[in-house]
Design a protein around this ligand. Sequence first.
Ligand SMILES: [Zn+2]
Length: 282
Amino acid sequence: MTGQPRRLAGDTYVFEASTTNSGYVSGVLIDTGPEPSVYDGHPVMNVLITHGHQDHFSSAPALRLAGARITAPREEVALVENPEVHIRGMFSWARPSDEMVNKLFHGGGVKVDAYADEWRGYGIDPIPLPGHTLGHTGYLTGDGVLFTGDAVYEMPIWSRHRLPYAIDPGLVRSSLSLIEGLDFAWMVPGHGVAVDRDEAFEHIAYHRDQMDLMSERLHEMIAEPLTTEQAIAAMSSLAGLSDNSAQYWLAVTTVKGYLSDLLRQGRAEFFVREHAGWWHAL
Ligand SMILES: [Zn+2]
């Protein structure tokens, strides 16, 4: 299936997909959708990856085989080259069972040829936007189109999923503020639709509000101390997550991110009692 990209501004196009959007500027692809054939008829010399989540570079292995050079943020390279590292991280680096890997591990990695921070050319600037992952990076094209990967979740995403993945909500907030200070006319998130600057600011404000809300609710929940596992269950239930292992493991990371954020703000304490980790609001 060949896709028809939509021209947003100047030489910047977007391949809109229900899964993951990708940008296109003169042979440079920003993130990829799941089907490499979508790009048939549009030569891809370079692929710029926002972060190490497989749904953002599913077509990169095929495109690299066809000659494309792969660029990814330095801190994300291990994840891009070997997505199984994620499973290890989720499981505190202990060896996961084969069953766990089969359930959660989607698809292969791709060899990275260059680091995003060293990228120069085509008028595209890499913009570090950490928080969703450590090295998460957006790309701003010379035409004023900002590809934000998973740094911004648009409003409809929040209504489907009230606890979207983030390793560090504090860093996500800083990245949202950084985006507000950038000179861009269009914003294209990894998931969702391309929006103009005014609309982008509404989505960013909503994102920040939702994170504050989840953080406040978690703070209320630990008024009486909860173990890490109890806090994960309580937040997952509040967010209406499905009771399955994929959602559970993502929530483990995100809730720990929020807990640690409260700790850093001096609004919670952590202690070990009866060999369990507990969190208590201050
Ligand atoms: Zn992601």
